[in-house]
Design a protein around this ligand. Structure first.
Ligand SMILES: [Mg+2]
Length: 253
């Protein structure tokens, strides 16, 4: 591949033989560790990984459009969110440049004051196939760890969303680790959580859509199958390590 390896945006129905093989390989690794008497851990990031945050974002745009009479913003649909730039999302939707120039700061302020809230995480959708994959990991004997940059104030809504979609959660086989404070850097938080995760068992796999996070796990758990989930990610100029496989979908059929 030439040029920087950047995620192309969400395509959660794009199942391929390669992505199926990655997911089946993780389950095989879980079963192998259990057969050897180990306690395998499979970790999952939430936003842009096992949850599709785009419906939350569309909902936020629709409320702003309705409340302030910005009819231009009704054009924004899920497929227009391909990176972390709200201006790009509006542009992708055909929102006029004059509107973007005049209102971008206001849109960003509205977005930020709703996106990072416990109520609005309930507008997310489970990524297709993610629930059955997490369940299969748990049934095969893995501890499922949800490791998220969402902070403690978003925990109640996150737990509710996990339950509503049927992710393994309310038993000993699953645990949710949230960030203690909003201001903490996500990757620094995930680094600090590594020990807590390792205390639960042997990390055999970890899924995340942020290049810096998959690189961190790949470095710290070289024996684990770390997987880059290709959706969107921060504009930080970091590329996933060459050894890390990419998937766009958790579907296996
Ligand atoms: Mg994420």
């Amino acid at each position: 591949m030439t040029g920087p390896r950047r995620a192309r945006g969400y395509s959660p129905l794009s199942v391929t033989p390669e992505s199926r093989a990655v997911l089946d390989g993780v389950l095989a690794q879980v079963r192998a560790r259990v057969a050897q008497g180990g306690t395998p851990v499979v970790g999952f990031d939430l936003d842009g990984c096992v949850f599709d945050t785009r419906p939350r974002q569309v909902h936020i745009f629709r409320e702003l459009a309705s409340r302030r009479g910005y009819d231009e913003l009704y054009r924004v649909e899920v497929e227009h969110f391909r990176d972390w730039s709200l201006a790009n999302s509006m542009r992708n939707a055909g929102v006029p440049e004059a509107f973007i120039a005049a209102r971008e700061a206001e849109v960003r302020q509205w977005w930020a004051s709703h996106f990072f809230t416990t109520d609005y995480v309930l507008y997310d959708h489970a990524m297709p196939g993610a629930v059955s994959f997490c369940r299969d990991c748990a049934e095969a004997g893995a501890i499922v760890v949800y490791l998220t940059g969402r902070d403690i104030n978003m925990r109640a809504g996150t737990e509710e969303a996990l339950r509503r979609f049927g992710f393994p959660y309310d038993d000993a086989s699953a645990v949710l680790i949230t960030k203690p404070s909003f201001d903490m850097d996500d990757t620094a938080f995930k680094e600090s959580a590594l020990e807590a995760i390792a205390a639960r068992g042997e990390v055999v796999s970890y899924f995340d859509n942020e290049p810096a996070n998959v690189n961190l796990f790949h470095e710290r758990h070289p024996g684990a199958r770390v997987v880059f989930v290709e959706t969107d990610h921060s504009p930080r100029p970091v590329e996933p390590d060459e050894a890390i496989p990419w998937i766009r979908s958790f579907l296996r059929a």
